[in-house]
Design a binder for this molecule. Sequence first.
Ligand code: FNR
Ligand code: 8K6
Length: 366
Amino acid sequence: MKPDILFHPFQLKTLNLRNRIVMAPMTRSFSSNGVPGQNVAEYYTRRAAGEVGLILSEGTVIDRPSSSNDANVPHFYGEEALAGWQNVINSVHQAGGQMGPQIWHMGIMDNHHSGWTPSVPFEGPSEFNRPGFANGKAMTESDIADTIAAFGRAAADAKRLGFDCVELHGAHGYLIDQFFWEGTNKRQDQYGGNTIAARTRFAVDVIKEVRRQVGDELALIIRLSQWKPADFNNKLAKNPEELEQWLTPLADAGVDIFHCSQRRFWEAEFEGSDLNFAGWAKKVTGKPTITVGSIGLSGEFIAGFQGESSDPSSIDELLRRFDRGDFDLVAVGRPLIANPDWAKKIHEGRDAELKGFSRELLGQLV
Ligand code: FNR
Ligand code: 8K6
C-alpha cells in the first residue's frame, strides 16, 4: 500500500488539513521564562513547510500554581508569551500549516512533586505512590474552579490568536489524567467517585468551559492515554465497556477528536480484536481519532528513547489500519524531531533520505 492514502484532506469545523499527518506534541524547553521566541517559531514553521497537516505544540502551561516549574516550558498566558505564540501561528500559517496549542497543567508531576493534585495520599499501584510524591496539595473546590477557568482562558486566547484548534493534555499522568485514576483521585465530592465515569467530572467541566469560551466551531482535541510513565502495565480502562464509560461523557461535553496516546500503534488494546486504542476510541464514540506511537521507527528505537535508525517499515501496518478506517489522523513524534520534512519525504517516496532520531537532537531545535 502506498502512503498516498494519508495525503488526502481532512475537514472538521475549523480544521482544513491538507493531509492526515499530525506533529505529536513534544516538550522542548527552549522558551526562556515561558516565552516562545523566534527560534521556536522557526522550528514549527519548518514542519509546516515540510508538509505536516496539523502541528500540535509542545505542552504549554495554563495560568495556575504548579502548572509547571520548568522555566523553559512555554506559558500560554501573559502578554509576552502570548505575543510569542502570535508570532508562531502567523509564521506557521504563512508556510501553509495549521496548528493548535496543547494546553497543560502538570499537577503533582512538576519537578518537585509538590504541586496540585486531586487528593493525597495516593493509593494503589501507581507511579505516584512514592515517598517523593507525598508533598502534593489536594485541590480545594475553589482551586478546581480556578483551574477550569484558566483552561477556558487559554482556549479563548488560542482562538483569539488565530490557532486552528486546541488540544487538552489529558494524558500521561498529568493533572487532568490524575483525576481519571482511582489511585490518584480519592475525592469523595463531585470530582471523585468509585467509577471511571464519576472521575471524568473534572475533564467534563474543563471541556464545557472551553466550549463556553470558544463556541462550537473551534475543533477541540483531547489527548488521553491508558498508561502513565513507570506504570505501563496498569491500564485505565480494562475493557471496552469501561472505555465507553470514560470517553462518552467527554464526547458529550464537546470533544471533537480523541488523540489516543500509545507507545506502539500496532498493539491491540483489548483481547479478541487487533484494534488499537484509537481504533477502540473511534468505535465506542463514533468520533474521529488520532493514533500515535513508534510510526516509522525500528529496532531498539521503538517505544524507547534509544536507537539510531529510522525505518518506515511499520508504515505498511499503519496504512493497512488507516485504510480499514481504524483512525483518521496519524501523529508522528521523534521522526519529526529528526526530520522537519518527514511528511514531505514520505509523500515523495524519499524514505531513504530520512535521518534517525537520537537523544542528542533534543539539545537543539533542528
Ligand atoms: C513527548 N511526548 C509528549 N506528549 C504530550 O502529550 N505532551 C508533551 O509535551 C510531550 N512531550 C514529549 C517530549 C519528547 C522529547 C518526546 C520524545 C515525547 C510524547 C509524544 O507526543 C509521542 O506520543 C511519543 O513521542 C510517541 O510518538 P513517537 O515519538 O513514537 O512518534
Ligand atoms: C531534554 C531531556 C528530554 C528527555 C526526553 C524525554 C521526554 C519525556 C516525554 C515523556 C512523554 C512520554 C513519552 C512517550 C513515549 C514514547 C515512547 C517511549
